[in-house]
Design a protein. Structure first.
Lengths: 300, 504
């Protein structure tokens, strides 16, 4: 059984795939061995095209991130999520607006006001992917212009912010949590419609749940990143049902729950038609966000 | 000294019999992984990672980091014996290591490579033990302009390293940059020069190119020269290790300088590959006999190997303290840490003392274990050269093909490898140097990225590269190195002019 990761080793999707692989083998949830394969070329296009070409193959799973929508839109690679069979949504990854703890910005308003005085720099992972889309959405909602500086990975972005080379980031919780706890970074708001669930104290004074939503702070932007499992097109319904069941078992294990808590994930899970409807909605939303920002490879 | 006490506790953890066994298994696996080109440390660790979930985190990371040491050691073996770098950071080792093997000094070259690797790693571990927090803070100063400055310095150290026509060197380097630009462009998120081909989306992986340019083209050359390896008559026994050791202390200064370059490059974090190139370039510059480099000088093996290992080891420091991997292998280890419930970053040293110091202790012990394993095996490795060429050539071709495939599980890469083999052969015949091409291919991508990130930050102002003493200083050093040949020439001209004036 091949588990395709359309991203490089060490990133969020890769970690999740390898945790799933570890859980499946540790709890003996499946008889066949599961092999994780990274196909990172072209912002994941390589992995998606491989899955598209594997029509009817029941021995292949793909874990996706938002590049499921963004890569085809930004590069024009001939692929869409409709070329795959959706199996299940495992979780949604949150985004938090971070600034350096030494900065004078204590709220989103402070930052937006400063950004209107002087162009600030937002760092993020990759180009025309989720981080830059959020940055563009912030500009659209607030009117403040930012310079977006792309880096290779979330960990690198967080360190650039700690080092003061950029002014703000929209890192995932897991990418920046250690710097928050060490007192180097300050979270301003979370890009979700409701606050994070985890109430355990992460620093002396704050828990994840203490971070306000951006909407509360007057910045009307929300964005969640899909962590979903797909199969190639043309597979049988009972094959999809098998993997749905497998992943449901994975989500019940303590290892999985640990990962969800560490990364402060949104643990929403969808399958079947509800998942399909969610995908269609998100696809449309990405298209319009990217169209507004001028990121489309083939503007209609 | 709090560190010493903690380290001793760490040793107590690492020296448990179970952990010692894991260490040995790790080193042996690592050497095998390092020997197979393509199946690098990153892939090897990624494959074995799930096996470690059942272990306690300390044992797991001890085994995985020993695989890492083993791979670092193993990469040198094929570079020296067959001119095929098993790992990207062993490319610079081929420049002098392979000529040494051809002269029948394979045992000597291997011993020098392993010993200097050990020395480099040792220096880096000592540094990690005592100055980790200070150094970690230093890494934070590196933004895009500083990163570009370091890359610029690497290129500057290396320019003029190839003998022969400077124009040919430049041409080879430009070809390297061109190849590095193919595929996804991180800054704009666009595909470049893929010409609509799905296979080109990946770009040209450095390892595939190197396996072809060095390995396959070498086999083509050997076939042309009559189907035999030179240097197979060498007498090989364990005494060669002792003989080489007697000679090595003479190069102490070189070794220390290379180790420092390596530590610096590992922390910044530029990584082991540029470190090895930079160290080789500097060694050649500073040598009294630069022309002898590339002909089989032992310094040409000591310099890159020491630096590569110092860098490979110190690359673990930014990973542990900042959560930023200094190398692809460190990136996979990082994923592992998170899975064992450890959050890499500044809090790790505070909250997970037992884990951190167990790991540091295993670095000491793993290195010693690695050195012993590979040194004992030197005669066996060197004896491979006695196998008749037709048999070994077929084996090498097979291993190369497997390696090229493994890099990203793509059949097309095997075709690419063969094409690069022919390109390499033609370039050798026409006297185009391969090293600048390889350097540009491996560093071109990151260099370009850092350059453009810097300009984004500064709104297109080139002054950003001199905006503080750090990047300005590194840039100035790079420019000075670039101008060195011109300066040396001017001084010589001036001296001879004065001489003539005095004579007249």
């Amino acid at each position: 059984m091949q588990f395709v990761v359309p991203a490089g080793t060490g990133g969020g999707a890769d970690q999740m795939a390898r945790v799933i692989q570890g859980i499946v083998s540790k709890h003996a949830l499946m008889r066949q061995p599961m092999v994780v394969v990274n196909k990172a070329g072209g912002a994941g296009a390589e992995g998606f095209l491989e899955a598209k070409g594997a029509r009817g193959n029941p021995h292949m799973l793909v874990i996706t991130l938002s590049n499921l929508f963004t890569t085809p839109l930004a590069t024009g690679v001939p692929f869409s999520w409709k070329d795959l069979t959706p199996v299940t949504m495992m979780a949604l990854d949150e985004f938090v607006f971070w600034v350096n703890a030494n900065s004078s910005w204590r709220s989103v308003q402070d930052l937006i006001a400063a950004a209107k005085q002087q162009r600030l720099k937002i760092g993020g992972t990759g180009s025309k992917q989720e981080d830059q889309i959020i940055a563009a959405a912030i500009t659209k909602a607030s009117g403040a212009q930012f310079t977006y500086v792309p880096f290779r990975g979330g960990g690198e972005v967080a360190v650039q912010l700690v080092g003061g080379h950029i002014d703000a980031t929209v890192n995932n919780p897991i990418e920046a949590v250690t710097h928050w706890r060490s007192g180097a970074l300050r979270p301003l708001c979370v890009f979700d419609t409701k606050r994070l669930a985890d109430t355990g104290k992460m620093t002396e004074t704050q828990a994840w749940s203490d971070i306000p939503t951006c909407r509360e702070q007057g910045l009307d932007v929300d964005y969640l990143m899909l962590r979903g499992i797909f199969m190639p097109a043309g597979v049988k319904p009972e094959q999809v049902a098998f993997y749905e069941g497998l992943m449901a078992k994975v989500r019940e294990t303590p290892e999985w729950k640990d990962l969800m808590q560490q990364g402060a994930f949104n643990t929403t899970s969808l399958t079947g038609e509800a998942f399909g409807a969610w995908l269609a909605r998100e696809d449309e939303r990405h298209r319009s966000l990217m169209q507004d920002a001028g990121f489309l490879a083939n503007p209609a | 000294m709090e560190e010493i006490g903690l380290l001793m506790q760490g040793f107590a953890v690492a020296l448990q019999p179970g952990n010692m066994l894991l260490m040995l298994v790790g080193v042996v696996l690592g050497v095998l992984i390092g020997v197979l080109p393509g199946l690098g440390g990153a892939n090897g660790i990624a494959i074995l990672l799930p096996l470690t979930f059942a272990m306690p985190p300390v044992s797991a990371v001890i085994m995985l980091s020993c695989i890492y040491w083993g791979a670092l050691f193993g990469g040198a073996i094929t570079s020296i014996l067959f001119n095929i770098p098993g790992e990207p950071w062993s490319v610079a080792t081929t420049f002098d290591g392979y000529p040494m093997a051809q002269q029948g000094r394979a045992g000597e070259a291997l011993t020098a490579a392993f010993t200097s690797s050990f020395f480099g790693a040792f220096v880096a571990v000592v540094m990690i033990t005592f100055v980790a927090p200070i150094i970690a803070g230093f890494a934070l100063r590196f933004g895009p302009p500083e990163f570009f400055a370091v890359m610029f310095l690497s290129f500057a150290c290396f320019v003029g390293m190839a003998k022969g026509s400077p124009l040919k060197t430049l041409a080879a380097m430009m070809l390297g940059f061109l190849l590095a630009a193919v595929g996804m462009d991180t800054v704009t998120g666009q595909l470049r020069m893929t010409f609509g081909s799905e296979e080109m989306i990946r770009g040209f992986d450095f390892l595939v190119a190197v396996i072809g340019l060095f390995g396959i083209s070498e086999i083509l050359c050997s076939i042309e020269e009559g189907l035999h390896f030179r240097g197979q008559k060498a007498k090989i026994d364990l005494k060669v290790v002792l003989r080489t050791w007697a000679e090595l202390p003479r190069h102490w200064f070189l070794a220390i300088r290379s180790a420092l370059i390596g530590c610096w490059m590992g922390i910044t974090p530029a990584g082991a590959t540029p470190a090895s190139f930079m160290s080789y370039g500097v060694a050649r510059r500073m040598s009294k006999d630069p022309a002898g480099f590339g002909q089989g000088r032992i310094e040409g093996v000591v310099a890159p190997e020491t630096a590569a290992h110092a860098a490979g080891t110190s690359a673990l420091l930014p990973m542990l303290t900042l959560g930023v991997p200094g190398s692809p292998t460190a990136a996979v280890l990082l994923g592992g840490l998170i899975m064992w419930g450890l959050q890499p970053g500044p809090m790790l040293f505070v909250e997970q003392k037992e884990f951190v110091w167990g790991l540091v202790a295993s670095m000491y012990l793993g290195n010693v274990a690695g050195l012993l394993v590979v040194l004992v095996a030197v005669p066996w490795f060197a004896a491979i050269l006695r196998v008749p060429f037709p048999i070994i050539a077929a084996l090498i071709l097979t291993v190369c093909a497997i390696g090229a495939y493994t890099v990203s599980n793509a059949e097309f890469d095997i075709v690419l490898m063969l094409i690069f083999g022919i390109v390499g052969y033609v370039m050798k015949k026409l006297d185009y140097p391969l090293a600048p091409l390889v350097l540009a291919l491996v560093l071109g991508d990151r260099t370009e990225e850092a350059f453009r990130q810097s300009l984004l930050v500064s709104n297109g102002d080139l002054g950003i590269f001199f905006h503080n003493w750090l990047s300005g200083g590194i840039m100035a050093a790079g420019i000075a190195l670039l101008l060195w040949p011109a300066l040396a020439w001017a001084r010589a001209a001036l001296a001879s002019g004065l001489g003539r004036a005095r004579a007249a």
